[in-house]
Write a protein that binds this ligand. Structure first.
Ligand code: CTP
Length: 407
């Protein structure tokens, strides 16, 4: 996961980052740095226990602001940091959230600055990133408290699973700072796809010719990844069927890795057989043909002329899904080299999809920005060139507005 510099239309947000006592506090330093790098203002508040793990001066240097440490030495002239800091914030993030803090927050206690901020937060979007030993996290008391906080409208992110500082392995690791960045940015997105299930294809496909060579294309997968993230942020349950790319599997999304068009088709069909999806987005650049695969490694001929591969037509995954009686709302992409609108309109009709997103391939493959046209039964609309994540959020909003109301 990478964080490109924010484009000028992305608002600078104010994040109040509360750090409670736990070894994962060291990862909160990296989170503060990523937030600042992404253009946000960060105000850090630390519990007394947190200062045993990392020094406030570290967080002060990373955030460029003095750290709030307790209610008796307030930063604000009013003397009321527990109110003022949270009123100034666009999000309150507690990372790590210890078992002790979670218990005190669930009980509505106000016995230190962090607990009091959680009580005084009012409507500020709030995220907690639990971090503790796996047996502590599994304890019914902690699970009860966590559930109470969810019911109170807080978002809990993680914990993740894996090796723990104590040497044990299991659920309880704080999410990585990069994953928390996604969770924090999601706090500010409307949940337009809440309760919906979205299936996506993305990336190129690789079609083996012999055991070492193959046909592929220049798709980086970035647009599909951005769509998976935007759909997840909007509250959808997302499954991504992904061809080979250099990108890490997106946070919060179930990723099914495939290589060839035939594998991609099989994975899509298996997902559709296993559950009902509201939306299918075909963002993959599926190879139109596959070579008839040859065993071993094809050797050079003495005359220097290579025998061309025999090419077989691949199935059209999108057209097949759109033709199903139980077809989800289908969205196709058209990467064209010229005559964008005419080709996109023809493609929409040929594939039988309600919405087609057209763009000029050479201007979008591998780039951070993209522009496009939206083609539906009503006509053609142009969207300006923007960051792929902004474009993906916009497309998710367009899709959400076209979905039939749920029964
Ligand atoms: N698509 C697909 N399966 C294929 C080919 C394309 O699902 N075998 C999907 C793509 O994911 C995209 C849309 O169909 O959403 C259009 O892809 P594109 O390659 O532009 O269209 P083609 O059908 O291959 O048409 P052409 O290459 O002739 O322009």
């Amino acid at each position: 996961m990478t964080h490109a510099p924010r484009s000028p239309d992305q608002a600078q947000r104010r994040v109040l980052l509360g750090i409670s006592g736990g070894i994962a506090a060291y990862k909160a330093c990296e989170l503060a740095r990523l937030l600042v790098k992404a253009g946000h203002q960060v105000q850090v508040a630390m519990s007394e226990a947190a200062t045993r793990f990392v020094g406030p001066i570290t967080l002060q240097a990373l955030s460029g602001r003095e750290v709030a440490l307790d209610s008796w030495h307030p930063l604000r002239a009013s003397g009321m940091d527990h109110i003022d800091l949270v009123r100034e914030a666009d999000a309150l993030v507690i990372a790590p959230a210890s078992a002790d803090l979670i218990a005190r927050a669930a009980a509505g206690m106000a016995d230190d600055l962090l607990a009091t901020l959680l009580l005084a937060r009012d409507a500020v979007p709030t995220l907690l990133a639990p971090a503790m030993n796996r047996a502590m996290w599994a304890h019914p008391a902690v699970q009860r408290n966590a559930e109470q906080l969810r019911r109170d409208g807080l978002r809990l992110a993680g914990p993740g699973s894996g090796a723990q500082a104590c040497g044990e392995v299991g659920d309880g690791r704080m999410l990585e700072p990069e994953q928390l960045m996604w969770e924090i940015e999601a706090l500010w997105q409307p949940r337009l796809l809440h309760g919906r299930r979205v299936l996506l294809t993305a990336g190129p496909t690789f079609e083996p010719w012999d055991e070492v060579r193959g046909l592929t294309n220049r798709s980086s997968g970035k647009m599909g990844w951005a769509l998976a993230r935007a759909a997840w942020e909007a509250g959808a349950e997302v499954v991504l069927v992904a061809g080979p790319t250099a990108l890490a599997p997106p946070h919060g999304v179930r990723t099914v890795a495939v290589e060839t068009a035939l594998q991609m088709r099989e994975a899509v069909q298996a997902e559709l057989a296993g559950a009902t999806f509201d939306v299918f987005i075909a963002a993959a650049a599926v190879a139109d043909w596959r070579p008839e695969p040859q065993p071993g490694k094809i050797k050079k001929q003495p005359d220097g002329v290579a025998a061309p591969p025999t090419l077989l037509l691949n199935p059209d995954i999108l057209a097949e899904v759109a033709a199903r009686a139980d077809a989800p709302f289908c969205v196709g992409f058209a990467a064209e080299a010229e005559q964008l609108v005419a080709h996109a309109q023809a493609k929409r009709e040929r594939k039988g999809v309600p919405l087609l997103v057209g763009n000029l391939g050479p201007q979008t493959f591998g780039r951070e920005h993209s522009s496009c046209v939206l083609v539906d039964a009503q006509g053609v609309r142009e969207l300006p060139r923007m960051d792929k994540l902004d474009l993906a959020r916009r497309l998710c909003a367009e899709i959400a507005s076209r979905l039939p109301a749920r029964a």
